[in-house]
Design a binder for this molecule. Structure first.
Ligand code: ATP
Length: 308
């Protein structure tokens, strides 16, 4: 996919929507490693988002027809609610995000996923994806100005809107240190940004896109404390007032989630608030204790700041 960015880079409006979905879905596609095969039904209507309420109703799913990736998963993301997914590798976290984004359609008997009461299989993919903002683990930037990279979240965005989004994403002050400010070229042929900075650009872009629903995949790579703090602040600004589903690797970042789902082998084995799950003293409490122990022995990780 990365090779596609170069040629598409400087083309006009017609490719902006293509670029948009390429970047939004890039991480999920990488995980998926295969093209989407979902087709809209004839004359499918557009999704109408009123509240952005998401519901998974008894969802089971298999990629290969043999092993179940999800088994009887039910949960709700209420209007503006934050739901976090945790669990070991292979538990089914990414599968939940992929299904909501409609990389696959559920078959009859595999349950139902709805947004504001509409089965997502019945509406157009385009309208569904327009309503969803994705912040992947590793955001890819175009070899273009930082303004372009933020601005294609919204066609025709003004400089004021760009700056407002960059401020909320904790990136504005950093951009002002670049030689040509918002006109500075970033990417392989310009200034190289750190992973944390790229993620904040993706957050700014998504703030401009202003979707009612968010899918977030927290970076697994360790970030230094101040970058981590900036990203958390940026994410707080982003999730505010939107329904969000996040994959969390660091349990400390989701203590304020409305609902945490603990997944194992495709099942939800525990669910509740951070406090409730600690009181339950089960799998989540064990994971929490393990992460606390690990963080008591901090490793000094150098920041990958601007290299060129
Ligand atoms: P991680 O934290 O490692 O990303 P995860 O919780 O997101 O893991 P999923 O990627 O949702 O887990 O995977 C759930 C199950 O589905 C796993 O058993 C995985 O091997 C399987 N799986 C995932 N993608 C595919 C695929 N494209 N084809 C076949 N099986 C897959």
């Amino acid at each position: 996919l990365a090779q596609l960015y170069g040629p598409l880079n400087n083309l006009g409006y017609i490719y902006r929507s293509v670029n948009q979905s390429l970047v939004d879905t890039e991480k999920l596609l990488q995980l998926l490693n295969e093209p989407t095969e979902v087709n809209d039904k004839p004359n499918a209507p557009d999704l109408i988002v009123s509240n952005g309420e998401i519901e998974f109703e008894n969802v089971s799913f298999t990629y290969d027809g043999r092993q179940a990736a999800l088994k009887g998963v039910s949960f709700k993301v209420p209007k503006g609610g934050a739901v976090a997914l945790v669990g070991e590798s292979g538990a089914g976290k990414s599968t939940i995000l992929r299904l909501l984004y409609r990389f696959y359609d559920l078959k009859d008997g595999e349950g139902r996923i709805t947004v504001d009461g509409q089965d997502i299989r019945d509406v157009t993919q385009e309208s569904l994806r327009k309503a969803i903002g994705v912040v992947p683990q590793d955001s890819v930037l175009f070899n273009a100005s930082i303004a372009y990279n933020i601005g294609y979240g919204k066609f025709g965005a003004t400089q004021e809107e760009l700056e407002e989004a960059a401020k909320a994403a904790q990136m504005h002050d950093r951009i002002l240190t670049f030689p040509e400010g918002y006109d500075t070229k970033v990417g392989e042929r310009g200034i190289r940004l750190s992973g944390g900075e790229k993620q904040r650009v993706a957050i700014a872009r998504t703030l401009l896109k202003n979707p009612p629903i968010l899918l977030l995949d927290e970076a697994t790579s360790a970030l230094d404390t101040s970058t981590e703090r900036d990203i958390q602040k940026a994410l707080q600004n982003l999730v505010q007032g939107r329904s969000s589903l996040s994959i969390a690797h660091r349990l400390s970042t989701i203590s304020s989630a409305d609902l945490i789902l603990v997944l194992k082998d495709g099942h939800i084995i525990e669910q509740g608030s951070h406090k409730q799950l600690l009181e339950l003293n089960g799998a989540f409490a064990t994971m929490w204790a393990d992460q606390i122990t690990a963080s008591e022995d901090p490793v000094d990780i150098p920041t990958k700041e601007v290299v060129e």
